[in-house]
Design a protein around this ligand. Structure first.
Ligand code: 13P
Length: 341
């Protein structure tokens, strides 16, 4: 199998029926924020303990096809000295790696962001491959403020970076997860989110084509089309699913290896209900799966609180959320299931 075929094969495995991705690739500042919320100090040892807890949860391989790791995590080991990526592989879970180096201000465009990390990315990818990674992730951040932000320059610059990242990943035999995230911060309407998401996806797929990226070996990690968190008019799952699919149909090619949604600050229950509604809509040309960070981990962190004696309850919380999202991925979830313990 050549390297490009390998990227398509990995993409297929990542969106296998009933399975999705656990995003556990919080950067050091982000994991600190999550730990602060449960009064746990963000030390390297605590971060390792927490990730080890996630990855040793019995049975999650039924629902989790892959895990996205952070640079520090891909180098860490379990208590018995097994590298964390090797632990995942033994359990039939594919290790992936966040390769972007975070967002910075976009010069001359106040309020807008661009993602860093392209310099010497080719060399870093070779190292990540040798450490066990089979797929990669790059997150671009698009903010909505009023009618003028995002600017076309921000959308284009981020799409170009995503395409460079995707091409380099495929050259290294790694499946790129292309993540143009339109943030749900703010009071914008769902219609405004639809308009911006359409523009962002259109730019991304144009640039991917120009850069000769093979779509079958690429996964898209988009936001769902949602109203801003502070918008007075919120939307239910059917409306979110309809708006999201209406937005994707004209611009997301059927050839793409799959769609793995981010949760982006929705509650775990909302994210699952919306994913379920998306999968209940008539058959689509793409697999509609998940690559959730917060929507999978929030209840785990709340149960764990940094205490070894809470590990079992925390792992049960992860197993439960992963199972519910697996059902949602098949369109078989019901909010009533949230009542079962
Ligand atoms: P959330 O699901 O918490 O948005 O995280 C997904 C992710 O990987 C963001 O880059």
């Amino acid at each position: 199998m050549d390297l490009i075929e390998a990227t398509a094969e990995t993409a297929r495995q990542l969106v296998a029926a009933g399975k999705g991705i656990l995003a556990a690739d919080e950067s050091s500042p982000t994991i600190k924020k999550r730990f602060d919320s449960i009064d746990v100090e963000s030390t390297e040892e605590n971060r390792r303990d927490y990730r080890q807890l996630l990855f040793t949860t019995e049975g999650i391989e039924e629902f989790i096809s892959g895990v996205i790791l952070f640079d520090e995590t891909i180098r860490q080991k379990t208590d018995d000295g097994t590298p964390l990526p090797e632990l995942l592989v033994r359990r039939g879970i594919i290790p992936g790696i966040k390769v972007d180096q975070g967002k910075i201000d976009l010069t001359f465009f106040p309020g807008e962001k661009i993602t860093e990390g392209l310099d010497r990315l080719g060399e870093r990818l070779e190292e990540y491959r040798s450490l066990g990674a089979r797929f990669t992730k790059w997150r671009a951040v698009i903010t909505i403020i009023g009618d003028t932000i995002p600017s076309p320059v921000c959308i284009e610059a981020n799409a170009a970076a995503l395409a460079r990242f995707a091409a380099l990943s495929q050259k290294a035999g790694l499946t790129p997860i292309v993540e143009p995230e339109v943030l749900m911060d703010g009071k914008h309407t769902i219609e405004r989110c639809e308009e911006v998401t359409l523009a962002a996806l259109d730019a991304v797929f144009s640039r991917l084509r120009e850069h000769r990226v093979v779509l079958e070996g690429t996964l898209l990690k988009p936001n769902m089309v949602l109203p801003g968190k502070e918008c007075p008019r919120q939307s239910g799952p059917e409306d979110v699913a309809a708006a999201t699919l209406r937005t994707f149909r004209p611009v997301v090619p059927a050839a793409v290896g799959g769609i793995v949604f981010l949760s982006g600050g929705q509650s775990p229950e909302e994210a699952t209900a919306n994913l379920d509604a998306l999968n209940r809509a008539a058959p689509q040309p793409w697999e509609l799966s998940f690559s959730f960070g917060r929507a999978l981990q929030q209840p785990v962190l709340a149960a764990w609180r940094g205490k070894a004696e809470n590990a079992d309850t925390a792992q049960q919380a992860l197993y439960r959320r992963a199972r519910l999202n697996s059902l949602a991925r098949r369109g078989e979830y019901s909010p009533d299931m949230e009542k079962d313990s």
